[in-house]
Design a protein around this ligand. Structure first.
Ligand SMILES: [Ca+2]
Ligand SMILES: [Ca+2]
Ligand SMILES: [Ca+2]
Length: 120
């Protein structure tokens, strides 16, 4: 399964956190850069807790009007309409933090093929 939302959000966050790196990076380097940002204790492995903390910060960064929800305009650069609709579990047109976290943590689980809670 391809963790499409995860990658989209990571690219967006990398743009927010590390613009210069994102501008010139090739795909492989960008993925390494994303991993470096997620791996906050620098042990070479992205733990589920690190990923969760990063995504909570990402939600805050994406929520530009600080209303605790993500409107389509706030995430149009990182989510397609179909991805937004798939993440908007109650179909009310905005993403709550719970909806966002449920989706990105499902993406983590999909990416964690070994199921040990770590991304190598
Ligand atoms: Ca780590
Ligand atoms: Ca908002
Ligand atoms: Ca919703």
């Amino acid at each position: 399964m391809k963790p499409a939302v995860l990658l989209a959000v990571l690219v967006a966050c990398q743009t927010l956190f590390s613009v210069a790196q994102a501008q010139t990076a090739q795909t492989a380097q960008m993925q390494q850069g994303q991993k470096d940002q997620l791996d906050s204790n620098k042990d070479g492995v992205v733990q589920r807790s690190e990923y969760q903390a990063f995504m909570q910060a990402a939600f805050t960064n994406l929520d530009r009007n600080r209303n605790g929800r993500l409107e389509p305009s706030e995430v149009e650069a990182v989510l397609t309409k179909a991805q937004f609709a798939a993440t908007d579990a109650n179909s009310d047109g905005v993403l709550s933090k719970a909806e966002f976290m449920n989706r990105v943590m499902a993406d983590f689980a999909a990416a964690d093929r070994s199921g040990d809670g770590n991304l190598q």
